[in-house]
Structure formats: structure tokens, C-alpha cells
Design a protein around this ligand. Sequence first.
Ligand code: ZN
Ligand code: ZN
Length: 230
Amino acid sequence: MIIKTFVLTPFQQNTRVVVCEETKTAICIDPGEATSEIESYLGENGFALQAITLTHGHFDHVGGTADLHKRFPQAEILLHKDDEDFYYGLPEQPLFLGIPRHQLKILGFEYAAPPRLTRNWQDGEIYTVGNLRFKILHCPGHTRGHIVLAEETHKKVFVGDCLFEGSIGRTDLPGGNFEQLMDSINTKILTLGDDFTVYSGHGGETTIAHEKMTNPFLTGVYQMTQGRFI
Ligand SMILES: [Zn+2]
Ligand SMILES: [Zn+2]
């Protein structure tokens, strides 16, 4: 299993290409913005892009879908149905998240209408990429349709914006819900096992064990203090 990270967009979003080494089949998880880097990386290594697999519909995670799809029209595109409104509303999304229209172009947030999705993720499905098997887990809370991809043989989970090293995803945006996010993390992600490596949509890699020990939202510190220091 090869994991290549590209840090893109002004939000320092982690776009990832994940490859089955034996079959050279690849997926791109969350192409954040248009770039030739992904095509170059795939081409130089002889990897075939099977799919664009989206964890959720926010623009810093789907903004590069149209560009990548143009370069690889045979790659399927998957997203949970509950985030389709974000996805198909991509050109307007930065505006309702508070970015002024005159800054869209300069920040790289001027989007064309995105390509049609191939199909929706189903909670609990197994998505096969060569010899890799990703379990798709619906984890609402950051958005209504957020999913994570868990590869149980290699013990790696791609969590998008649910969980970060030392923090959790925002719940103040449309469709966000703090209790729901905590429930998703506690029942779907932490239960995968302490030895899972966690690949988040922003920031560094971590493990389930490390987050259970140190993340203030998971240790109980946040619940005790409601974010205050005492
Ligand atoms: Zn997000
Ligand atoms: Zn994000």
C-alpha cells in the first residue's frame, strides 16, 4: 500500500493518492484543487486511477474533481448522497461559507459545475482497489454525508475532517452537529482499533491510540471544561 500526500489549497488540505502496490491500481481521496501534480505522479509511476473517492462535499476536498476527471475520464466518482447538495452547489459554496465574491479568483475558489457522480457510497460497503479493501463508514457530524475509508489489513483509516491530530472537525458549518460527530468518532472510528494509523484531511498523521490518550475531545478534558482552561 502506497500513500502519497499532496498538500493543496490555502487550507493546507491533504489530497491523497492511495495505491495497491501489487496491481498498481490507485484512488485519489479528496482532490482539493486543480493541479497537474497528481497526473504526473500517476504517470511517472505507471499507476492507473480507478476512482475519485470523496470523504465529504466541502470545496477544499472536492475542488479538484472536475480537473482530475478531465484528465482521467474513466475514473468513477463516489460521494455519500447526503453531501450531494454541497457537491453540486460547489460554485456557490465558498460564498455561503463567508468568502467574498471578489476574492474567489485570487484564492483559487472559482469553480465550474462539477462532473456527475458515478454513484453514492453505502454505509458498510467494502470498496476494493486491487488487493486493498476499504470499509466505508458513514460518519456524520462535520457534514451530514461524511464517510471514512478504513483499510483493515493495513490498519489505516482516512478520516477526512472528522478527526485531527489533537482536535476534531468543525461542527458550526451547515449540516454540522457536535453530538453527532462525537458519536461517529466514538462508535465508528475509535472502535477500529488502537493500532490504526489515522490520515486526516488537514495536518499530520496520528494513531487511534495517540488520540485516545492526548486529544482533549476524546480524553474527557473538553467535556469537563467546555473548552475553558479550568
Ligand atoms: Zn470539511
Ligand atoms: Zn477540510
